[in-house]
Ligand binder design. Sequence first.
Ligand SMILES: *[C@@H]1O[C@H](CO)[C@@H](O)[C@H](O)[C@H]1NC(C)=O
Ligand SMILES: *[C@@H]1O[C@H](CO)[C@@H](O)[C@H](O)[C@H]1NC(C)=O
Ligand SMILES: *[C@@H]1O[C@H](CO)[C@@H](O)[C@H](O)[C@H]1NC(C)=O
Ligand SMILES: *[C@@H]1O[C@H](CO)[C@@H](O)[C@H](O)[C@H]1NC(C)=O
Ligand SMILES: *[C@@H]1O[C@H](CO)[C@@H](O)[C@H](O)[C@H]1NC(C)=O
Length: 760
Amino acid sequence: MALPALGLDPWSLLGLFLFQLLLLLLPPSPAWAGGQGPVPRLRYYAGDGRRALSLFHQKGLQDFDTLLLSGDEDTLYVGVREAILALDIQDPGVPRLKKMIPWPASDKKKKDCALKRKSNETQCFNFIRVLVSLNATHLYACGTYAFSPTCVFIELRDSDLLPISQDKVVEGKGQSPFDPAHKHTAVLVDGTLYSGTMNNFLGSEPILMRTLGSQPVLKTDNFLRWLQPDASFVAAFPSTQVVYFFFEETASEFEFFYKLHTSRVARVCKNDMGGDKVLQKKWTTFLKAQLLCAEPGQLPFNIIRHAVLLPANFSTDPYVYAVFSSQWQIGGTSSSAVCAFSLKDIEHVFEGKYKGLDKETSRWTTAGAPDGISPRPGSCSVGPSSDKALTFMKDHFLMDGQVVAKPLLVKSGVEYTRLAVETAQGLDGHTYLVMYLGTTTGYLHKAVVSGDGRAHLVEEIQLFPDPEPVRNLQLAPAQGALFAGFSGGVLRIPRANCSVYKSCMDCILARDPHCAWDPESQMCRLLPTPVPKFWGQDMEQGNPEWLCASGPMGRSLRSKSRPQIIKEVLAAPNSILELPCPHLSDLASYRWSWGTATDLGASSVVYNGSLLLVLHDGAGGLYQCWATENGFSYPVVSYWVGLQDQPPALDPELAGIPRERVETPLTKVRGGATLAAQRSYWPHFLTVTVLLTLVLSGALIFLLSSPLGALRARGKVQGCGTLPPGEKAPLSREHLQPPKECRTSASDMDANNCLGTEMV
Ligand SMILES: *[C@@H]1O[C@H](CO)[C@@H](O)[C@H](O)[C@H]1NC(C)=O
Ligand SMILES: *[C@@H]1O[C@H](CO)[C@@H](O)[C@H](O)[C@H]1NC(C)=O
Ligand SMILES: *[C@@H]1O[C@H](CO)[C@@H](O)[C@H](O)[C@H]1NC(C)=O
Ligand SMILES: *[C@@H]1O[C@H](CO)[C@@H](O)[C@H](O)[C@H]1NC(C)=O
Ligand SMILES: *[C@@H]1O[C@H](CO)[C@@H](O)[C@H](O)[C@H]1NC(C)=O
């Protein structure tokens, strides 16, 4: 069975040893290093035909930052640098440009902008920041307009954009930021625009403002410091009586030795009319509270990056889903979390106690609603509030309670920039939450939350080859697609491609609520509504055991894992065959079997998942690659291997399974001529492998020893490798965060060391 005649055992041992050495020397792949959090079951690289994305782009157009879906979902309006587009998205495939209206910043503004030392190459343009549907006939758009925020009413005719007329242009301060790098948010509620952004050129004066509509214009009070100078808005949503804003700022209420970021929700009442004597033209109902997204006993994810509202449904309350990152790089890598906050919890905190700043001691104290003031300060009561209540509001704008949530998903090694959420009905009748998460490096994760409140990642799609952030995500549910904006264009991403799951096992194990196995057509298909009851899906367990059992049951022990097709490989004696095993899932582990044996013998090696086999006498038979996932094993691929002139008789167990002849690509070296047929290629093969391994390990040792050593040395000089002897590690600002040089100049490994020593 084995190859004693070749007598190569010492060599194979050496080869194996070197191979192991090589594995040890290789730096851990990101998947291992950032081991925390769910692993995407499938990964698609940019351009993978299995997950075809349709890209709209055009020469001269860039920064596809702002997306707005028309009410009928037939048109996607896009704010790009210095223009607004209307894209027809009715047909699957690449969005079609219906109309483009240019809206460049004027030459004068561009000149002024450049004079103020802003870049005429990257900053002094009109970046569209706000794009909302005002009424049936008008859109409203705002842009940075070369650091001079400007807005415009754009007329629509049959969802076609009419050119911008100068008499429809208005000043946009407080609605769009000055600087394209600054965050902002805006939401239109009953013809009124609520916006949160930076209100000055320097970017030091945040504002939360109400404009348009018939109500008075209201602003936050800058002097009273309701918002910290670095407040950075990410989202806003209306509720019945109030509008909520989500943002991040420096926490002023904690006395801490270094700048501590915190995430906030603020709210204002829609019916706020501003104060009369006190708080004139200012909000009289502005309140804010801390949002806390943390695993118990861990550092919180304190920086909110984006949030979306999932409105109430028959059974569920409205929830806000938000992506967070952390100010602390735990273990040298950044990490992200998704938390869900119920609007009920948020409301509850706004009905609790307040915090107030004691002017004399500069300390924050807790305060209940003052006696004798009714209605409660900050509540959305109709009618004017008393001066006493407004005076209280001036410095009791922070709530004492926190809105707390435990993460649905924590993932290290990625930073999410954006998210979109929807619900999908599974075959079991339950509603599942589906989250699409865009990263800073251009990937999209499709995450599904099952009944136990935990998320799994169905897939990871690389949206574009160059790493850059996903700028925006917009779901178009009626189109069954998601649109993603980035610097170079807008992509249409179908919700799912169920046909990538080729077998019933794969379809069930995927646990994608959009896909189910149709036993009739023997295909994994998009789940239609109403759901066909006889299809197969198991969102909770992902257990294909019963769902995929077909044919005569109970006769053979392995009936459910019988291969669907057998690939027949016939070759000349002593050929070297490469039998590939497609890795369908990153959650599965793979192994090979030979007949009923799992021990493959000496005539074969597994390399990169494929089986390399020397076809000598007695090495033929059934070779199967098995995937084990979720406790379930099934053959991914099955080969029937034999000699050309004397194919072995097929195992009776396998009778009736369709067979397919596989030719050349599998046969690495074929012994055609008699002479060649008598030679064994095994020694050559091993020699080459060993030499290659030697060269590679040599190169690696060299690589690891020289530049990395140098980096280590440098790291130490900069004080990040180890602390000088005798110095204890104080818990101070410098030591909680690794010095910048550590993170940028040294490898992850060193940053790790660095943080490791200092956190002690
Ligand atoms: C879906 O996957 C199948 C097979 O993997 C592929 O042929 C097809 O083009 C894909 N379709 C899309 C829209 O990505
Ligand atoms: C920016 O200004 C520089 C110097 O004033 C000029 O040479 C360059 O052409 C300008 N670039 C653009 C894009 O206008
Ligand atoms: C929509 O808003 C624009 C701008 O405020 C206004 O001129 C127009 O009359 C409005 N149209 C409708 C149908 O209300
Ligand atoms: C409520 O959820 C169901 C199932 O997900 C969905 O079909 C329906 O459209 C939702 N209704 C609303 C009002 O969102
Ligand atoms: C490993 O296999 C995959 C797919 O089977 C292939 O794309 C990749 O190039 C292989 N890597 C090496 C080093 O052979």
